[in-house]
Design a protein around this ligand. Structure first.
Ligand code: NCD
Ligand code: ZN
Length: 347
């Protein structure tokens, strides 16, 4: 029996679009389903100033195929040299919707990130004053801290002290991967939100490591134990306003994923909505999918929800998705959940 649901067109509150040939190749994968996305600034070199963000936005719009509508919501990459006045001007003009904190060394292209939070307090104070959200890559980078503990330690040693110091600062805990992250977000009040990726609702660390290493399941923050995946499922499907979709779809060409030192990132733009329908149906929560993908994010960012709708249809036959997106930069493998998916987005 076919089943279908209609939801408001979704947005992606954490997305990597890259630049050049990669941007050209993968942008349609997002724009096909999503109206808007918060665009991560970790290019090489990073998007630090308002001027750089405006130029990047123009490159994204130029890469958008005719007939597609998509609005990139730009972010600035926080460095210890960021000028509070430049951030405020970029926010006031409507160009920039958030600032991204990467602890130096935490993930792909994060070496220009922040080593000492004291150095960026004037920027954070300005953001608190004007209501501009800080998106955090919430992992400590200390060598002594185990990679599976880095998110929980970040919450205790960085995020919570920062929020006590500056309670008015609006913060998005990006791509939470732990029960601790989900709990902290739920208890944080209206100034705190959390994005959850599609893949962290599907894989745990066994999927990466059992039966041979699976580079296309490796991302940062790395997937944790099963109990954490289940906590994320409960959070995403709860409908609670603090949780919203940020796919963290992060393309790398296969040659760099299937490598002795493989890049972190799962590419989920192509099949995210179908996978989410599968996940939410499995948890008897299809009625909460719209809140997670289309309503809670705009509410946190103070933006209107989208007027258009998308239709998700469950077919009797398993649906096929492209195994790879072929770009001029090279092939990019699409996230494979490892089970048949019967849902598809229909025009
Ligand atoms: C992202 C990337 O490739 O830019 N990788 C990832 O594993 N998520 C960076 C990030 O968001 O951490
Ligand atoms: Zn990311």
């Amino acid at each position: 029996m076919t089943q279908e649901i209609l939801i408001r067109r979704p947005d992606d509150w954490h997305l990597h679009l890259r630049d050049g040939a990669m941007l050209q190749g993968i942008l349609p994968e997002t724009a096909r389903h999503f109206a808007r996305a918060i665009i991560m600034p970790n290019l090489v070199p990073p998007v630090v100033t308002g001027e750089q963000a405006a130029a990047y936005r123009d490159r994204i719009l130029a890469a958008l195929p005719k007939g597609m509508t998509f609005t990139p919501l730009m972010t600035l990459y926080l460095t210890e040299g960021t000028d509070p006045a430049d951030v405020a001007a970029a926010a006031e003009s409507g160009l920039v919707k958030a600032v991204k904190l990467y602890p130096a060394g935490a993930t792909t292209n994060s070496h220009s990130g922040v080593r000492d939070l004291d150095k960026v307090m004037p920027v954070l104070e300005k953001m608190a004053e004007i209501g501009l959200p800080l998106c955090t890559h919430g992992e400590v980078t200390t060598a002594e801290v185990d990679i599976f503990d880095r998110e929980a330690v970040f919450i205790d040693t960085v995020l919570d002290p920062l929020r006590c110091r500056l309670p008015e600062l609006r913060v998005v805990m990006e791509h939470i991967t732990t029960e601790e992250g989900a709990t902290y977000a739920a208890e944080g009040g209206p100034n705190l939100g959390a994005t959850i990726t599609t893949h962290h609702l599907i894989i745990n660390r066994n999927h990466i490591l059992v039966g041979g290493i699976k580079p296309h399941y490796y991302c940062l923050p790395v997937a944790k134990r099963e109990k954490h995946r289940l906590a994320l499922r409960r959070a995403a499907t709860s409908g609670k306003s603090c949780y919203f979709l940020g796919t963290d779809s992060a393309p790398h060409v296969d040659a760099l994923k299937e490598h002795a030192c493989g890049c972190a990132g799962c590419f989920t733009a192509t099949n995210t909505m179908a996978l989410l329908a599968h996940v939410f149906e499995e948890d008897s929560a299809l009625d909460k999918l719209e809140a997670f993908a289309s309503l809670n994010g705009p509410a946190f960012y103070g933006l209107p929800v989208n007027d258009e709708k998308i239709r998700l249809v469950k077919h009797e036959l398993a649906q096929t998705f492209p195994e790879k997106i072929i770009t001029e930069a090279g092939p990019v493998t699409v996230f494979n959940p490892g089970y048949p998916v019967h849902w598809a987005v229909e025009a």
